[in-house]
Design a protein around this ligand. Structure first.
Ligand code: GDP
Length: 296
């Protein structure tokens, strides 16, 4: 039977009936379970280590208050530490800049970048009443430009007219000009993806960033790819610089381990999460909810 981390932690302490401070031995046994659960959830090894160290420090010697069992107490400490490492509060997209506010979407091909671009555009349009323009800078894959155009039509969001033969930087500046002239509040630039991180991609994305000075650079990463997603995030952050992360396919990620690693490794906030293929399947990232999922 599948046992959640909460169950396992409570189980360890069931034997423990006495009250008072948690002993080092009790906590060490619990930390083995936490370690195992986090590794199963695909959290990076060094992140697991620093996590368990922090929890251990908080737990050893902690007085167990009368109203809770030692197990519940440790579950709470683990939960609080998870929330802290996941970034505590939800961090929305920052639009506090002169309109049209440029947002640059970056990430690998297949991560869900184009879908997420239109999800964000739809949400800003419908919920925040913003006038949004989307543009695809994927000069190598005409299908990607076409995909964004179709998504725009489906969601009643404008896309920049496709002009063949332009470079990514040329399309980006055309998008910003069109957004200025058209009185748009936000312009979302969907950069080209590649199957792997390569220097050509990084150079192109970095150049687009330099030319457009985006207010947000959002890395889109597939939660199901676990450690690969973390390495991708690190590479984009080091070489381009990102302001936030959007985790996709969180609907398929049972335990949310990628979120913890991603946040710990890059230090950048996870702002949103994709929870399905539909154009409204986008949610704010809530550390507390993800911590609940990891705990099970
Ligand atoms: P891109 O190459 O990075 O632009 O990726 P796409 O936006 O084309 O997405 C690739 C596939 O992933 C599409 O079939 C999307 O419907 C799907 N997808 C994107 N985001 C999510 C998500 O949050 N959950 C699920 N289940 N599928 C997603």
């Amino acid at each position: 039977m599948f046992e959640t981390l909460s169950d396992r932690l409570s189980g360890i302490f069931d034997k423990l009936t006495r009250r008072g401070a948690l002993s080092e031995a009790d906590v060490s046994e619990a930390m083995r379970e936490v370690r195992r659960a986090l590794l199963e959830a695909d959290v990076a090894l060094d992140v697991v280590k620093s996590f368990t160290d922090k929890v251990r420090n908080r737990a050893i010697g902690a007085e167990v208050v009368k109203s809770v069992t030692p197990g519940q107490m440790v579950v709470k400490i683990v939960h609080d530490q998870l929330v802290e490492m996941l970034g505590s509060d939800a961090k929305p997209i920052d639009l506090h800049a002169v309109a049209p506010v440029p947002i640059l979407m970056v990430g690998l091909q297949g991560s869900g970048k184009t879908t997420t671009t239109s999800k964000i555009a739809r949400r800003l349009t419908e919920r925040d009443r913003k006038k949004v323009l989307m543009a695809s800078l994927d000069t190598r894959r005409p299908a990607a430009m076409e995909q964004l155009k179709i998504l725009g039509e489906q969601n009643s969001v404008d896309t920049l007219p496709i002009v063949p033969g332009q470079t990514a930087v040329q399309i980006a500046s055309r998008a910003i000009n069109a957004a200025k002239l058209g009185g748009y509040d936000v312009v979302i630039l969907d950069t080209a993806g590649r199957v792997t991180v390569d220097q050509e991609l990084m150079a192109e994305v970095a150049e687009v960033k330099r030319q457009t000075n985006p207010h947000e650079v959002l890395l889109v990463a597939d939660a199901l790819t676990g450690q690969d997603a973390v390495n991708t995030a690190r590479a984009f952050d080091e070489q381009v610089g990102v302001t936030g992360i959007v985790l996709t396919r969180v609907d398929g990620d049972g335990r949310g381990g990628a979120a913890l690693s991603m946040r710990a490794v890059t230090g950048k906030p996870i702002k949103l999460m994709g929870v399905g293929e539909k154009s409204d399947a986008l949610e704010d990232f809530h550390p507390s909810r993800v911590a609940d999922r990891i705990l099970g």
